[in-house]
Design a protein around this ligand. Sequence first.
Ligand code: AMP
Length: 330
Amino acid sequence: MTNNLEIKKTILNKIKEYDRILLFRHFRPDGDAVGSTKGLAAIIKATWPEKEVLHVNEDYAKYLEFMGSENDPVPEEKFADALGIILDTGDIGRTSSKKHSLCKEIVKIDHHIDRDPYGDYSWVEDHRAAACELVVDFYDTFKDELVMTKEAATYLYTGIVTDSGRFRFREVSGETLRLAGLLLNFGIDTETLYANLYLDEFSQLKFKAHVYEAMKMTENGVAYLYVDKAMQEEYNLSQEDASASVSYMDSIKGCLCWIAFIETGDAEGTIRVRLRSRFAPINHIAEQFRGGGHACASGATVYNEDELLQLVNAADAYIKEYKETHEGWL
Ligand code: AMP
């Protein structure tokens, strides 16, 4: 049994105590945000069918539509006596819906660095590969009382697979694999799951080919790409398609950091920044530009091309220093 048993017991007791549980996740959802909320909801519903369990979100991701609906209409009067559980959200300002403030009590379950402690009860383990890993650990801790289903296992496995980069990221531990293995034993259809997650449209592959033409590389090995509105129009890209470009740059030898800048087209000129790295943590660079996140996967916001270049230069200077002072990077 892992540490944090006391907070897990408290959360279990809170779930038992409330008749209505409302689940929240971060905006711009990923597989872990959707998987952890839907997975925990499915466990609660299978264990206590009489409880009302609802999802309160105001956005959705088209590429995750295969995971089903997660925007329940919840009338205002249903909040005051409800328990709110916010998953996979380090900073409370990043929730999809702000209505958690109407809930009677709030539970935080998360795996991001705890820079913004919030909630009446908070369980954060930032060494975990995914928030879904925490939910499976929760199930495993209380498996004599909780019911796991194939449906819940599929949601949770989806979150672990996506947030760990198919079990490649450094946060993946023996415990991640053990808990993922536990889920597989519930009969997940992995062929369908991976087809849903990883097949590309023909047009996306054409865009990928363009990314390899258009990306730039700094002197010290920072790859970057600016996906402006013209490029988004030319390749008929949604914001999600455009954002996915960051992962196309993830396998360049000697390039320890890669960054996609996505023009959002809003009135403020917001450019969404997605930063990724290997070996060298880059979240401190994101933090200098209105962002944050994980050591090697973080996000930020810039507002013009000057700031974009400042960020690239800061990353380049840091990667230069990192390479000079560390060995073994590739
Ligand atoms: P993304 O590139 O949006 O997938 O973000 C990667 C990680 O960084 C996720 O864990 C996000 O929650 C986090 N993140 C992204 N943008 C921000 C931001 N502006 N502030 C804090 N964390 C962020």
